[in-house]
Design a protein around this ligand. Structure first.
Ligand code: AMP
Length: 299
C-alpha cells in the first residue's frame, strides 16, 4: 500500500546549542515523507515557492516520493525559524511565514488513491480538513498538529478529530488541547473527541500509545549525539505510518512495532541538522538499530 502525506515543505532557520543553520530543508511533510519512504512509496501533497531549490525536488523523486502533488507556486516558500536551548524537547518559534501556504487549496493528482493510508502531517487544520474531504480516504487516517493550531484553530482541529484514526501530538500539546495535566486524562479527552488511537510523544522520553484495549510505551532510542531535534515528531509519524502501510493487517503486535520504527526513524533525524540524518540512513542502519532497540528494552 502507498502512503499519502500532506503537510509543510519549508526552509527552516534553526538554532540549537550545537550550531545555527539558515534556510535549510524542513517542513512536516518533508520529514514525514522521507521517513515513510523507507517502508512504502509515498505521494507528497504540498506547496513550495519558486525560490525552493530544485535539487530538493529531484531528491524526493529519487527516493520513492511522488511529487506530482507538490505544487510550485509563484511566491516564497513557507519559512520557519526556531531556537532550542539544552531542553531540546521545546522549540521556541521565532518566526512562522506561511507565504505560499496562505490560502493554498491543492489539486489532488490522479496518482493519489483513496484506498491508500493518509498522513495529515502538521499544517493548518482547515487545510488538513480540505484535503481529507477531497481525497475521501478509505484507508487509515493519521493526523499530527502543533501548539500554534491548538491555540488559533482549535475548533477546526476538534472537528477533524472525529475523522481521525490515529492522532499524534507531543505531551505539552496534549495538555494544552485537553486542559488536563495527567497524560492519561489528556488521552481520554482526545478519545472522547473521536480519535481512535492517540500517540503522545515525549521527546527524548519516548512515546505513549492509547487505544481501546491497548496501551503501550516506547522509549526513544539511546543516542550518543543529538544536534537538531527539528522534525523528530514528523519523522516518528512517517516511520510509524510507513510501517503500518507496509503491513498486511493491523493488530496489536504490528502497532507496537510501528511505534518502535517511529522511534528509530526519529533517532536518525535528530543526529544532524535538517533532513541530513535521514538522507544518510541506509535500510541496514534501521535493521541494526531495531535489533539494538530490542536488546536495550528486553527484561
Ligand atoms: P517538529 O520538530 O516535528 O515539530 O516539526 C518541525 C517542522 O515543522 C519544521 O521543519 C517546520 O518547517 C515545520 N513547521 C513549523 N511550524 C509549522 C506550522 N505552523 N505549520 C506547518 N509546519 C510547521
Amino acid at each position: 500500500m502507498r502512503l499519502t502525506v500532506i503537510g509543510s515543505t519549508a526552509l527552516d532557520t534553526i538554532e540549537t546549542p550545537f550550531g545555527k543553520k539558515e534556510e535549510i530543508l524542513g517542513g512536516s511533510a518533508t520529514y514525514s515523507s522521507l521517513s515513510a519512504s523507507f517502508f512504502v512509496p509515498v505521494n507528497l501533497i504540498s506547496v513550495v515557492g519558486t525560490d525552493f531549490p530544485k535539487r530538493y525536488i529531484n531528491m524526493f523523486d529519487k527516493r520513492n516520493i511522488d511529487t506530482a502533488g507538490l505544487e510550485v507556486k509563484k511566491g516564497r516558500t513557507f519559512r520557519w525559524a526556531a531556537r532550542y536551548n539544552y531542553d531540546l524537547g521545546y522549540a521556541e518559534t521565532l518566526k512562522t511565514e506561511l507565504n505560499v501556504f496562505d490560502g493554498f487549496r491543492p489539486h489532488i493528482p490522479s496518482s493519489v488513491n483513496a484506498k491508500d493510508n493518509l498522513l495529515l502531517a502538521n499544517i493548518d487544520p482547515e487545510l488538513q480538513s480540505f484535503i481529507f474531504h477531497q481525497i475521501k480516504p478509505a484507508g487509515l487516517v493519521a493526523c499530527d498538529t502543533m501548539n500554534l493550531w491548538i491555540e488559533h484553530s482549535r475548533k477546526a482541529l476538534l472537528k477533524l478529530l472525529k475523522k481521525v484514526d490515529i492522532f499524534l501530538l507531543n505531551d505539552a500539546e496534549a495538555r494544552q488541547l485537553s486542559g488536563e495535566k495527567n497524560l492519561m486524562e489528556a488521552a481520554r479527552f482526545i478519545a472522547s473527541k473521536g480519535a481512535k488511537m492517540t500517540i503522545i510523544k515525549k521527546g527524548e522520553h519516548g512515546a505513549l500509545f492509547f487505544a481501546k484495549g491497548l496501551r503501550f510505551m516506547v522509549p526513544a532510542y539511546l543516542l550518543e549525539t543529538i544536534n537538531d531535534p527539528t522534525g523528530a515528531g514528523d519523522t516518528f509519524a512517517g516511520g510509524m505510518l510507513g510501517y503500518l502501510s507496509k503491513s498486511k493487517k493491523i493488530n496489536d503486535g504490528v502497532l507496537r512495532r510501528a511505534l518502535v520504527y517511529g522511534s528509530i526513524m526519529a533517532s536518525f533525524a535528530v543526529e544532524r541538522f535538517s533532513a541530513d540524518g535521514l538522507l544518510k540512513t541506509k535500510p541496514s542502519d534501521i535493521k541494526k538499530r531495531y535489533e539494538h532497540f530490542e536488546k536495550l528494552t528486553k527484561f
